[in-house]
Ligand binder design. Structure first.
Ligand SMILES: Cc1ncc(COP(=O)(O)O)c(C=O)c1O
Length: 460
């Protein structure tokens, strides 16, 4: 900015010696001929640069040389602990060179209900006593609105049974903390959502992998075999509705059998239903908890069905665990943001949520179909999932294919992807990829999808 450059020159050539008073903003407008906005902005930039300082009620002064001299570096803050470089590359957060973020499982901005949310946020902001905590179990009206959606989906869940959390991740952590003890066996789906892998790594557990069929969901017969051979899990973690990463919808007979096995072999089920509402067909598949309250901890959130930035989730625990979960949550986080809870209450009560979900389902279905067709045209031998919900595809490439290497090559071309290893408890699925399809089908995105296809073909 020209004015900033002029002022720095005046400071450096002694026109404004250190400690001297600078012209007021009004004088500066007159002297320089620049507009008020430009002058105010220039002063703000110089303040930020530490070249001038303001004295309340007393105007602006050129900063003394000793204040400008280099200060000792503050101890470095580690911005993000890297758990897995492949995960960092898949997320590529803040990486502006990524033009095609196929690696993230988050709908793009054009699929988010931004303007309705903004209106609700503005209205919530004006409410009384809004800038404070919402202590667990959280805002009653929001719990009622969530319970109402479950009732519509055939789940008989009272609103008092819901405990609001900061996210589904936090909800799952509360369940793990409450339920498992050192050395316990925990069954994970294979592949499974990478967030669960990070969570269980923090506990001294043993892991049992249960394979997932990309259409039918968890292989419950295989689980039964393992149980009959003596495996005794304390907990099984599952995403029955639109499993991440395969997109599978657990088949009804498998649901029933899983719950029967939980009774017979005395284990609990942590059911994550964050994608349950994003079904492509007409009907929502009720979560497992609809069939059995005694064995299932339901965790969910609005991260996928509204927007991740709102950070709001919930738990419904078996009745005898309700109070313990509440106490765990109090110890863990004290409570949620009242502003967030009120905003979401308005968003649901005004039926923006239902309208948004209808749009999200339709768009997800259309974009998945478009991406799928395009991927199937890649000149490689490939198997692609055909999900009935969610907004991503699971790709199987020929055996021996190295999706980690593809990830590195793709990133150089502005493309992020999630290699299958991110979803494996034991380093498997190296020849698999998860592709987010909740992106605008612009020429650029579709062009990048073709580039990805060419990279894959090159590596086969
Ligand atoms: C299955 C599953 N659960 C939970 C989450 C994260 O939910 P939240 O942001 O509410 O913690 C994700 C995000 O990808 C997910 O795929």
């Amino acid at each position: 900015m020209q004015l900033v450059r002029n002022m720095i020159q005046s400071l450096e050539n002694g026109e404004f010696p250190p400690g001297s008073k600078l012209p007021s903003i009004r004088q500066s407008i007159r002297l320089s001929g620049f507009s008020q906005g430009t002058v105010v902005e220039a002063y703000r930039i110089l303040l930020d640069m530490g070249r001038i300082q303001s004295v309340p009620g007393g105007g602006y002064y050129a900063v003394h040389q000793d204040l400008q001299s280099p200060r000792p570096e503050q101890s470095r803050i580690v911005q993000r602990l890297s758990l897995d470089p492949a995960l960092d590359r898949a997320l590529s957060l803040g990486n502006r060179s990524v033009q095609a973020p196929f690696g993230l499982a988050v709908p793009s901005e054009d699929m988010l209900p931004v303007s309705a949310l903004k209106r609700c946020l503005t209205e919530a902001f004006r409410s009384e006593e809004i800038h404070t905590y919402s202590f667990p179990p959280g805002h009653n009206e929001l719990r009622k609105q969530i319970a109402l959606r479950y009732r519509q989906a055939g789940v008989d869940l009272g609103w008092q049974e819901l405990i609001l959390t900061g996210s589904a991740t936090e909800a799952a952590y509360v369940v793990l903390r409450e339920l498992v003890r050192e050395g316990d066996l925990v069954a994970l789906e294979s592949p499974c959502y990478s967030g669960f892998l990070h969570q269980v790594k923090k506990f001294p557990l043993r892991i049992l992998e249960v394979p997932v069929d990309p259409m039918l969901g968890m292989d419950v017969d295989l689980l039964e075999q393992r149980l009959k051979k003596g495996a005794r899990p304390r907990l099984i973690i599952t995403v029955p509705n639109f499993h991440n990463p395969t997109g599978a919808l657990l088949e009804p007979a498998r649901r029933r059998k899983l719950l029967d096995l939980a009774q017979e072999f005395d284990f609990y089920i942590l059911e994550d239903d964050v994608y349950g509402g994003i079904h492509h067909g007409a009907k929502r598949s009720p979560p497992l908890i609809a069939l059995d309250r005694s064995r299932v901890f339901l965790v969910s959130s609005f991260a996928k069905s509204i927007v991740p930035s709102m950070r709001l989730g919930w738990i419904a625990a078996p009745p005898e665990f309700h109070d313990a979960a509440l106490e765990r949550l109090r110890a863990l986080s004290l409570g949620n943001s009242k502003l967030t809870e009120e905003t979401l209450t308005l968003f649901l009560a005004r039926r923006h949520f239902d309208r948004h979900l209808r749009k999200l389902r339709k768009e997800s279905r259309i974009r998945i179909a478009e991406f799928r067709k395009r991927i199937l045209a890649w000149p490689v031998d490939i198997r692609v999932s055909s999900p009935q919900g969610g907004f991503w595809l699971w790709l199987e490439l020929p055996a021996g294919f190295d999706a980690l290497e593809l990830q590195e090559r793709a990133l150089k071309r502005g493309i992020s992807v999630s290699p299958g290893t991110l979803f494996s408890p034991s380093g498997g699925y190296r020849n698999y990829l998860r592709i987010n399809c909740a992106l605008p089908s612009t020429k650029s995105i579709l062009g990048h999808l073709d580039v990805l296809g060419a990279l894959v073909a090159d590596m086969v």
